[in-house]
Design a protein around this ligand. Structure first.
Ligand code: BGC
Length: 770
């Protein structure tokens, strides 16, 4: 764990330069706008330890799988989001000496991520080996208002000399993914060109054929006056620069403005990309840096209006939650149904930038409450569009008749994961996709979605489960063998309670929805039944029989759901009795030792209890929580939030708060010692859930929002926004009461501590705090 980020409610601040922390900071201070983004690499050259990363959403490469022992059914490729052209670079040489913080004496250094207005600022004073001292201020952002663009203002001031600077702003597409399986480069150059004060490079990805044109335009001023230095184009493979010399005058700031655009063949005709890049940059160039920055602040103000969480009395918690919300908004805006939320967003390469069950299980609740309805609809539609591939994937593994197995990891619908215990066995992901449909309809009331798209997905998933179980003669029940639950520290287990519970729930829900469509949209039902070849009588009977005769492991003595058959044969040790030097076990123990131990990576039985909470009485929830949590090492960032919510439900405020702290500052404090690879974007939605569903106790039941809040002891108050069925509510919990303000004219009914109240348009109602 680290403790170097300065506390501020709206800013992430690093003071002083420690090269050992640089890669962590590059992740934390990342920028994005849903369409493009990148790590907080320096503009000027840096020869120290760095992970260079710029990414364009949806642009990926299918890297050939690399495994030790090939197994039939493995995917051929692992699609990964590509490290794309670097548009931020500006090389600076002063009287022939390169500015490189790894080679200078860094006299002062300050880095700030301004979350309120959405920009990254860095200032430093450095002494070059020659003794020349400069101060620099660099401000940069990826525009939220114009999402194919970004801009930089780089100001350099010589402090103790006059001299000559050679400045080279560039676009460099000769980049590599650190995680490339065969050390290959994934881009080919298509074209490049320099024009008066700009230039672009157009690249095409190998195999996938995505084309991206990345371009820049430059403006220079000194002491407030525009300069027109002579620009000399420099061209290399996949690289273009405009080099110029300027006289530096002591204590006189020189501003270099770099306007950039990333335009891709996903959104434009490939052949037009050069002109579009040029026109796009010209547009923002004409607008100018200050106006772009103002528009950026306005776009962020609009976002914060809908999703800010305010915590009074705990600046560290405030900073933590805002950082999570900020990064989620930078990663996914919901504008484009082809995009999704990679576990690292634009902050690193790990996990390939692909879609996991994280989206449905963790991110959907966040976007449901904080973004327009279409944003979540787009996330669900993304999976609908990939249904054919999920059916193909299941077929490849031996399933039939329209059964679908969605991939564990994907970019375009094809499976990309290639560890058998996950690819073939971690099939519970199918359940999360069905659950997200249920969750969306429960939250929005958009039942039409079911008839339009949802049921097709549900029936295909239900078919998969009906074929994945088998009848046990011995038990006279259906069983599900050879699975991996959410707890990846157990593989190839039989009858994982969570997976089996999800499976029968999916079958039941698919049947319920079928009945609903049949009665409300009979003609559509007919069409759908024909389209998917639904053998209503036979299939519904089969589903019902499985639902009725499914086996779920249970321990009578402890009265708990058993994670899987045989779990209690394991030596039962508690995490608190593990020596600190053994943790995290995934870094300290052999895999074999982990598999034989009782330790649980992340919520498994408790994940199921979280999803289906209303099916269980409070004592059942408590018994399971008290048994499983002490055996859970929380070595997935997705774990603490589910525990925070359940602890809150159980009235264990102190533990709920403890779990919240682990999730909220996970990256800021580098809790798991892995932030340098990128931030844990999907678990950030879990942090939001910990506040809203945990401390706020928010649930949706009977088309209403229910709240059961408590105020963490350290806080004076907390408040959050949720959008619900056309209304925008602000819920503030303080010692004075639970105050709900309706910021729209649409009235809504809420239930607070089981007491129902109508919140009229633009009205505020206060309930007593329990
Ligand atoms: C977790 C998975 C998760 C993945 C990506 C793994 O460590 O165990 O549940 O889907 O990370 O976030």
């Amino acid at each position: 764990m680290k403790d170097y980020i300065k506390i501020d409610e709206w800013k992430i601040i690093e003071e002083g330069f420690d090269p050992h922390l640089n890669k962590i900071s590059e992740s934390i201070f990342s920028l994005g706008n849903g369409r493009m983004g990148g790590r907080a690499n320096f503009e000027e050259a840096y020869s120290g330890d760095t992970l260079q990363g710029n990414y364009v959403a949806g642009v990926y490469y299918p890297d050939k799988t690399r495994v030790g022992w090939w197994k039939n059914g493995y995917p051929e490729y692992f699609a990964k989001v590509l490290n794309a052209a670097n548009w931020v670079g500006i090389d600076i040489a002063i009287d022939g000496e390169q500015l490189d913080l790894a080679k200078c004496k860094v006299d002062s250094f300050y880095r700030e991520l301004n979350m309120q207005e959405g920009y990254l600022k860095r200032t430093f004073t450095a002494t070059l080996p020659s003794g020349k001292q400069v101060s620099v201020e660099a401000i940069r952002f990826c525009s939220m208002a114009d999402d194919e663009t970004g801009a930089i203002r780089y100001t350099i001031t010589p402090l103790n000399f006059d001299g000559e600077a050679t400045i080279t702003p560039y676009i460099d597409g000769d980049v590599m993914n650190k995680d490339a399986n065969y050390d290959e480069k994934f881009w080919d150059e298509i074209s490049k060109q320099a024009w008066e004060n700009g230039g672009y490079v157009q690249l095409r990805t190998k195999k996938t054929g995505f084309e991206v044109a990345t371009g820049m335009m430059i403006a220079v001023s000194q002491d407030g006056k525009t300069l027109n230095p002579e620009l000399k184009p420099v061209e290399k493979e996949k690289y273009i620069a405009q080099k110029f010399n300027v006289k530096l005058i002591a204590n006189t700031p020189l501003n270099i403005y770099k306007y950039a655009a990333n335009v891709s063949s996903q959104n434009h005709e490939a052949k037009d990309l050069p002109q579009i890049a040029k026109a796009t940059i010209q547009r923002v160039f004409d607008k100018g840096f200050d106006q772009m920055l103002q528009e950026q602040a306005a776009a962020w103000a609009e976002k914060w209006k809908h999703n800010d969480i305010i915590i009074e009395g705990d600046a560290s918690a405030q900073q933590g939650i805002r950082f999570n919300i900020f990064q989620l908004n930078q990663t996914y805006t919901g504008e484009d149904a082809r995009l999704n939320i990679g576990p690292k967003g634009f902050t690193g390469e790990k996990y390939g930038g692909s879609t996991y069950w994280d989206t449905e299980a963790y991110c959907v609740p966040f976007y449901l409450a904080t973004a327009p309805q279409k944003v979540t609809r787009n996330l669900l539609y993304y999976r609908y569009k990939q249904l054919d591939k999920a059916i193909e994937n299941a077929k490849l593994l031996g399933f039939k008749d329209g059964a679908a197995l969605y991939p564990m990891v994907t970019m375009d619908g094809t499976e990309c994961h290639n560890e058998w215990e996950i690819t073939f066995e971690e099939i519970h992901r199918n359940g999360a996709i069905a659950f997200a449909i249920f969750n969306y309809v429960r939250y929005t009331g958009d039942h039409d979605f079911l008839a339009e798209f949802g049921w097709e997905v549900l029936i295909a998933i239900a078919r998969f489960w009906s074929q994945r179980v088998n009848w046990s003669e011995d038990r006279q029940q259906y069983v599900m063998l050879g699975v991996t639950g959410p707890n990846e520290y157990e593989n190839n287990i039989n009858n994982n309670w969570y997976t089996s519970t999800m499976a029968t729930w999916c079958m039941d829900y698919a049947l319920t929805v079928a009945e609903y469509i049949k009665s409300t949209h009979p003609q559509r039902f007919q069409e759908l039944a024909e389209k998917v070849n639904y053998r209503e009588q036979e299939e519904s009977q089969k589903f019902r029989e499985i639902i009725e005769k499914m086996y779920y492991p249970y321990d009578e003595k402890r009265q708990i759901f058993l994670q899987q058959d045989g779990y209690l044969d394991k030596e039962q040790i508690l995490v608190k009795d593990l020596p600190a030097s053994d943790r995290p076990i995934n870094q300290k123990w052999s895999w074999d030792r982990i598999l034989r131990s009782c330790f649980i990576k992340q919520a498994d039985v408790l994940q199921g209890i979280y999803f289906f909470e209303d099916n269980y009485d409070i004592d059942t929830i408590r018994r399971n929580f008290d048994f499983y949590e002490p055996r859970t090492v929380h070595e997935s960032s997705l774990s603490p939030c589910v525990h925070a919510i359940l602890a809150a439900k159980l009235g264990d405020e102190a533990r709920a708060y403890e779990f919240y702290l682990r999730t909220s500052r996970l990256d800021l404090d580098d809790y798991n010692n892995d932030t340098e690879d990128g931030c844990h974007i999907t678990s950030m939605a879990g942090t939001w859930m910990s506040v809203v569903e945990g401390f706020g106790g928010m649930r949706v039941r009977d088309n209403k929002l229910w709240f059961n809040p408590f105020l963490p002891a350290k806080w004076q108050s907390f408040s959050f926004h949720v959008g619900f069925r056309g209304a925008l509510l602000n819920i503030k919990v303080s010692k004075a009461g639970v105050q709900i303000s309706n910021q729209t004219s649409t009235e809504v009914s809420v239930v607070v501590y089981d007491q129902e109240g109508l919140i009229k348009g633009n009205d505020t109602v206060t309930f007593d705090v329990k």
